[in-house]
Ligand binder design. Structure first.
Ligand code: ZN
Length: 430
């Protein structure tokens, strides 16, 4: 059966075509946007076509933030004026239409900010320029080491009276793409504008500041926060034959940043989940438990899709036996991370032998994903799909995350791997 699943996935283009549609027709599907609504409807129909017994939408509240006009220039009496490649961070407040012009202070972290204090920072634009640590082979750890300046930098700098923040993009790449993402303001602080700058322009700005500390930044961003609105998780299932009230889910998130096609993050995870349903139906697999494909809404901004899913599951008394999340891109599969210990972990690791012929060998204890983590308190086995992650942050949250960056074979291998794992966990009652 495992071979049949891989054979069927590797000889069919449906998931790849679904990916193409989401990338090319629902680009920039931020929660609450028309593109997100189109993605919801498209994947609902594809789940029906894939043969799911039941397909439905689960309403969840979502934030509504929109990018406006944005422009950032470095201004130096020595070097002249140059445009910096920026992207305003999600939830950021805007500047006025005239923008801000101010001196710049470069820092690496919050300690440095504290040492400089209000006297040096007040009225300035703080430039957070801590690079991702490229010696880390786990690129998620490198990202984790750099991302706090994006999520909390505006809040921390505001405490010292900063006018705005510019944050080096959290990526392993040295490229021209700004990589966006959320920033979060603490309750007590004045909200100040926050933008990401490409790593190439971060290097340039840093060089200018070393040679001309009087370099100023001119920044305009007319983004806006609007009242919350509504969107949907998209769910399709095949009813279990023996234990219909026990569930195994597999999914990713449907929303993506407004500046990107969101191919790897995370249309790929969504189309793999739809493909699992198609594979089950094509191969006439009748699972003991109910198997679900779940496309979560609003992972990127505030996780309301994942929390809404878990709270409805608990309200309905659904027992979630296991949940797989695919949100690390859809490069070649390497394995799975399991939030499990002891005997259960050993049993899960023993499944690796079925995947070895496909070079999928990493069956380790590890993290799962943010959309399924709200199921943790109910004892669900949480699993993260793990592809090769060396390229992921070259694409993540940037205009570089496009359809052509996904290889069809790698996508197909990933679909098969997740479907096969769901099959084995259900069959062997792990
Ligand atoms: Zn994601």
């Amino acid at each position: 059966m495992i071979k049949s699943i891989f054979d069927a996935a590797l000889t069919d283009q449906t998931a790849y075509r679904n990916l193409e549609y989401l990338c090319k027709n629902t680009k920039g599907r931020l929660p609450g946007s028309p593109a997100a609504a189109e993605a919801v409807e498209y994947t609902r129909q594809e789940l029906i076509k894939a043969g799911a017994d039941t397909v439905w939408l689960q309403r969840v509240p979502v934030p509504h933030w929109e990018r406006g006009f944005e422009e950032c220039k470095a201004v130096s009496s020595i070097f002249g004026v140059t445009d910096l490649s920026i992207s305003t961070l999600g939830f950021s407040v805007g500047t006025t239409e005239d923008g801000i012009i101010a001196g710049v202070i470069e820092v690496k972290d919050f300690d440095e900010l504290k040492k400089l204090g209000k006297q040096k920072i007040e009225g300035k634009i703080v430039f957070f320029n801590r690079a991702a640590d490229n010696t880390l082979v786990n690129t998620f750890a490198a990202y984790g080491g750099a991302v706090s300046q994006r999520t909390q930098g505006a809040s921390e700098a505001s405490k010292f009276g900063a006018a705005a923040v510019i944050v080096r993009s959290a990526t392993n790449a040295l490229d021209d793409f700004p990589h966006t993402g959320v920033t979060r303001y603490a309750d007590e602080v004045t909200k100040i504008p926050a933008v990401a700058v490409s790593t190439i322009d971060a290097e340039l700005l840093s060089k200018w500041l070393r040679r001309d500390p009087a370099t100023r930044i001119s920044l305009i961003s007319t983004c806006m926060n609007y009242p919350d609105t509504w969107s949907y998780n998209v769910i399709g299932e095949i009813k279990g034959s023996l234990k219909p009230n026990e569930y195994i889910t597999n999914g990713g998130h449907l929303d993506a940043w407004d500046i990107t096609e969101g191919a790897h993050d995370d249309a790929g995870g969504c189309v793999q989940a739809i493909e699992m349903i198609r594979l089950y139906k094509t191969l006439n697999i009748k699972p003991k438990r109910t198997v679900r494909a779940v496309m979560f809404m609003n992972e990127e901004m505030s996780g309301t899709g994942g929390r809404g899913y878990a709270s409805e599951a608990s309200a309905k008394g659904e027992v979630h036996y296991a949940a797989i999340e695919s949100d690390r891109g859809v490069m070649s599969p390497r394995g799975f991370g399991f939030e499990a210990d002891g005997e259960r972990l050993e049993k899960l690791q023993s499944l690796a032998k079925w995947f070895a012929p496909y070079n999928i060998r990493d069956f380790d204890k590890g993290g799962s994903g943010s959309d399924i983590s709200p199921l943790r308190p109910s004892g669900t086995l949480l699993i993260g799909y793990i592809p090769d992650v060396q390229r992921y942050f070259y694409y993540h949250h940037s205009a570089n995350d496009t359809f052509d960056k996904v290889n069809i074979r790698e996508l197909q291998m990933g679909s098969a791997a997740s479907a096969a794992l769901v099959y084995l966990i259900d069959l062997l009652d792990i």
